[in-house]
Design a binder for this molecule. Structure first.
Ligand SMILES: [Zn+2]
Ligand SMILES: [Zn+2]
Length: 404
């Protein structure tokens, strides 16, 4: 059998040379071929596991033999051994797998759920395992792995109502934030169904709370913005637990030259966030514009010059006054509510602009970004008290259509 497998040498082939049509035919064929090989691997592991052959190599379990001799990840070895054992009880699924009619993902979803305890419960309730095998195999052949997983959960709920809860309750909630060198921070993790419902409900509320006209963001982008907004509102509300005796606050370290430089000036540094890392000068200026952010200014000698504390009482009074005057984001066409807004310094404080109602403008986070990083500008006409918004080229953005 080893010779037969060795005769197949895909490394010799180069699919990049194929024409479009041939390439589209080849991809599903390789997928099926790969599945058949994984099914064969699963049967080989099952046979070895049954005969406990790993003991000859001094390994106590087949899983440890696979991780040690095949450099498999622990989770991968566990699901392979488990699939091998349980497929022996599910001949219809095993046959479909051997023929490449269902994928490895389908098999993992089903074999993870069809535990010996559930099989015993099902037998006690008069449900024949052969029928289960038939129904779940039919689902796997017709549906993708995600929808097969739903069918599997219905089967579990039918024979073992507590089992659905047990599965969920046993899941730890995991969430990771991983900054990368490219300035992006990657989020990953998983939660149980109840946790997911809470996250989803809170995000939906934020997403639907403010949807400006002509919003072209994708669902995923709006969800990403909503997550950040949820955290921003929690920080602003001041209800989060204190950390080492201090209210949790964003701290930004900025180079004095970058802070005072004109927009786009070359050769000036930028800012730095303690967790997420380096920022452009424009973004650092925007963050430092908000009085709720602690700014640490580094002088030309590389030493901190001024650690500006957020003056909570003074800025809270100014914020209230600015909210009373502006009521919503003042950027042309935006009506984002005050709770979503920063108080922008029309003349940046680094250029002598005071933290005052007169110098303040209520802008939502997106438009605060547009003003600092996007070179848009806003100005209030002192005569009419009307706000005007200007594009980077200096032309004014006028509201099209009837005003609200
Ligand atoms: Zn600002
Ligand atoms: Zn806005």
């Amino acid at each position: 059998m080893l010779e037969q497998l060795a005769a197949l040498d895909p490394a010799e082939l180069d699919p990049a040379d194929l024409a479009d049509e041939a390439l589209l035919d080849l991809i599903p064929a390789i997928h099926v071929g790969g599945t058949k090989l994984t099914a064969l691997l699963t049967r080989a592991v099952a046979a070895a596991d049954r005969r406990q052959v790993h003991r000859a190599d001094g390994m106590v379990t087949m899983k440890s033999w696979l991780t040690g001799h095949c450099r498999m990840a622990g989770g991968e070895a566990t699901s392979l051994v488990r699939a091998g054992r349980r497929l022996q009880e599910l001949p219809e699924l095993a046959a479909a797998y051997a023929d490449g009619l269902v994928s490895t993902a389908h098999v993992q979803v089903i074999t993870a759920a069809v535990t010996p305890a559930r099989v015993a419960t099902a037998a006690g309730a008069g449900i024949d395992l052969a029928v289960t095998d038939q129904v779940l195999t039919a689902a796997a052949r017709a549906l993708g792995p995600e929808d097969t997983s739903k069918a599997v959960r219905r089967w579990v709920a039918g024979i073992d109502p507590d089992g659905v809860l047990d599965d969920a309750a046993g899941l730890p909630r995991v969430f990771r934030l991983a900054p990368s060198s490219g300035g992006r921070v990657y989020l990953s993790g998983h939660v149980d169904p109840v946790g997911a419902e809470m996250v989803h409900t809170a995000l939906e509320a934020v997403m639907n709370g403010h949807r400006p006209a002509g919003d072209r963001r994708s669902h995923a982008e709006r969800q990403g913005d909503a997550l950040v907004e949820l955290c921003r509102q929690a920080l602003v509300a001041g209800t989060l637990p204190e950390v080492r005796g201090e209210r949790p606050q964003i701290r930004v370290t900025i180079d004095l030259l970058a802070l005072c430089a004109e927009r786009g000036a070359a050769g000036v540094g930028g800012g730095e966030l303690p967790f997420a890392g380096a920022l452009s000068a424009e973004t650092a200026r925007r963050l430092a514009c908000d009085a709720g952010v602690v700014r640490i200014i580094i002088g030309p000698d590389g030493l901190p010059q001024d650690v500006g504390r957020a003056r909570r009482t003074a800025t809270a009074a100014i914020r209230r006054a600015v909210i009373a005057r502006d009521t919503h984001c003042v950027f042309a066409g935006c009506r984002a509510p005050a709770a979503w807004c920063d108080v922008h310094h029309v003349v940046h404080w680094a250029h002598g602009g005071p933290t005052s109602c007169e110098n303040g403008a209520l802008v939502c986070e997106r438009h605060h970004t547009a003003v600092h990083e996007g070179c848009f500008s806003i100005a209030r006409d002192p005569g009419t008290a009307v706000w005007h918004t200007y594009r980077p080229d200096g032309s004014e953005i006028l509201i099209r259509g009837p005003s609200p």
